[in-house]
Design a binder for this molecule. Structure first.
Ligand code: SER
Length: 595
């Protein structure tokens, strides 16, 4: 199964079922100032899922280019991608569970479409909890269609519930479809949804049937919707029985182009293979960002900063393969040729894509070597430091003089077993901002530390964590204390049982989602009463002035707090829970870091 075939079969199938094909939208969202890129097929459709009428009708289908930036540093392993395509179909108040599942089933199993044997398919459905019942309705539909009970797995909220995108709004249970990869079950409990590798997910049908209110109630929606999503690259990998997307035709021609540029044969050396994958993914994402009708250019702000990071990281990994000159354009040309059937904007904007890549590459190549040289020169001294911490001043010099994005310097340091003193870097950056009187707070918005102290970031992370815990564990959870240093945060909260691994993961994911959404943090002064009625979290037992500051993080959280807070959540980095343990009777403690 090839990508083009999967894409066109999907669209053709849903058109044959009275769905209107709509155009995928820009990678740079129109109506959502809180994120840098379109992250899912449903993203441009949020207003319609919330009740607005869509001009094309109630049944829609499309393919959508997406970028997720949360995992840039994980790219290089066999599975992570920044750019991907998502297929989707939607019912806006038209069909619901029975029909949505029947459509998914027909597309998956009918020999006219994907023709996957019935016995290879397993599904998961929502197991139910105190807020919404077990989704027996979906399970019954699957059974009626011929999926035996032992391949219908009931899973908890962290696996089979989608949304709301923010703190409130439409959401509901989902049913996910998995392919049996033929491996032996990992144990008696191994079932669809198990992460051992036997079952791999290809499709997600979300049933938006509730509206989550500010009070945390789940009210039935008057107009129920269906939102489904199938990642193209992932599905093609699984359908072709491949272990990695980089083994498929999605990347084969791009890998060959990198091989031509570097004279290196993919597969010979694990470290170099990782560099090849980074180059392939990053140039693909960069070509799509530059080829978008709403093109951005490499810069130090927002999406432009992400683009700069992608390009410069690709260039540096090119050097690790021994490529000394320009390499981006020839590789991008391969991508343009490969993808422009589905995305004609790539050909239309080809000269812009290639020109911008050339320019940015040239700019960085001028200083890359000198910067690396400077780093190498200082390395023996740096390595003498028993803590293996590289000074923030040096990181800032690499940024300011040689154009190394801080994340690139951190990667360079990691490769030598070191970390970078990030607070010191931020301090140097802040001073530089003050000196240059730019002071606009605009630099690096969404990409990088621009607000000074690490502790300010942890302060904002505390709000995100507090809210995420209430979402996952319930609104009874209340903050009992917190302690922040430049290196880590501790957070104590009322809860009378240890958190499960799933709950911890879900909380961490929610926080990272909000970081990735790059939400704006805003402050309003109001009376405590007003704060409480507006739904802001205030700490029980805390003394407040008559007028309080309420910090809002996008649509996600509202909390009475003295501040300071970062301006946007995108600057926080990646949030990781290191430990969850008992603090005292009925109080748990989480230790977490921003990386
Ligand atoms: N919104 C869901 C997802 O992203 C289904 O489209 O998986």
């Amino acid at each position: 199964m090839k990508v083009d075939e999967l894409r066109s079969k999907y669209i053709e199938f849903f058109k044959s079922k009275d769905h209107a094909q709509i155009q995928g939208k820009s990678l740079l969202p129109d109506n959502d100032p809180t994120v840098l890129f379109t992250t899912a097929g449903m993203h441009p459709l949020v207003p319609y899922l919330l009740g607005e009428a869509h001009p094309a009708g109630k049944r829609l289908t499309d393919y959508q280019k997406c970028i997720r930036t949360g995992d840039i540093d994980a790219v290089g392993d066999p599975s992570h991608l920044t750019f991907f395509e998502m297929l989707g179909n939607w019912s806006l108040g038209d069909y619901f569970k029975e029909k949505a599942i029947a459509l998914s089933f027909e597309f998956l199993t009918d020999s006219k479409w994907l023709g996957i044997p019935l016995e290879k398919i397993g599904v998961t459905v929502f197991e139910g909890d105190e807020t919404a019942p077990r989704d027996e309705e979906s399970a019954a539909v699957w059974k009626k269609l011929g999926i035996p009970a032992d391949r219908i797995s009931y899973r908890p909220r962290e696996d089979n519930w989608w949304g709301p995108a923010g703190a409130t709004g439409p959401c509901g249970p989902d049913t996910e479809m998995f392919i049996d990869m033929g491996k032996e079950p990992c144990g008696p409990a191994c079932a669809p949804g198990c992460s051992c590798g036997k079952w791999l997910e290809i499709w997600n049908d979300v049933f938006m049937q509730y509206n989550k209110t500010a009070e945390g109630r789940y009210e039935p929606l008057a107009r129920k919707c269906v939102d489904t999503g199938m990642g193209i690259e992932r599905t093609v990998t699984i359908l072709n029985g491949k272990k990695s997307v980089y083994e498929t035709e999605v990347f084969a021609p791009i890998i060959q182009a990198v091989e031509r540029a570097g004279g290196y044969g993919y597969g010979a050396n694990p470290e170099k293979d990782a560099s090849v994958r980074i180059i392939c993914d990053h140039i693909r994402a960069s070509a799509f960002i530059l080829g978008d009708p709403k093109a951005v250019s490499p810069s130090n702000i927002g999406a432009g900063y992400v683009l700069r990071r992608l390009i410069r990281r690709a260039v540096r990994h090119g050097r690790k393969l021994g490529i000394s000159g320009a390499m981006l354009s020839p590789i991008a040309q391969v991508i343009i040729a490969q993808m422009s059937g589905a995305y004609p904007e790539l050909t239309e904007n080809a000269s812009r894509i290639l020109g911008e890549l050339d320019r940015e590459e040239e700019k960085f190549l001028e200083t890359l070597q000198k910067g690396e040289h400077e780093f190498e020169k200082l390395l023996p001294n740096l390595l003498k430091d028993p803590r293996k911490v590289m000074s923030g001043r040096l990181a800032f010099k690499l940024y300011d003089t040689y154009g190394f994005p801080i994340e690139l310097t951190e990667e360079l340091a990691r490769e030598r077993g070191m970390t970078v003193n990030r607070p010191e870097f931020e301090e140097a950056f802040r001073k530089h901002q003050e000196l240059s009187r730019s002071g606009s707070g605009q630099l690096f918005k969404g990409g990088l530390a621009d607000q000074g102290e690490m502790s300010v970031k942890y302060h904002t992370a505390t709000h995100l964590l507090h809210k995420a815990l209430r979402i996952v564990l319930g609104d009874r959870v209340a903050q009992k204390g917190s302690n922040i240093t430049a290196e880590r945060m501790r957070f104590d909260f009322s809860h009378d049982a240890p958190m499960t691994e799933g709950e911890i993961r879900r909380v961490q994911d929610i926080v990272n989602e909000q970081i990735q959404r790059d939400l704006a943090v805003t402050m309003t002064v109001m009376t405590l009463e007003e704060a409480k009625t507006s739904g802001a979290i205030a700490l029980f037992g805390e003394k407040y002035e008559a007028q309080v500051k309420v910090y809002r993080i996008g649509d996600f959280s509202q909390e009475v707090c003295g501040g300071p807070q970062v301006e946007r959540t995108g600057s926080l980095g990646v949030f990781r829970i290191q430990k969850e343990q008992s603090s005292s009777a009925g109080v748990r403690r989480i230790r977490a870091v921003l990386e």
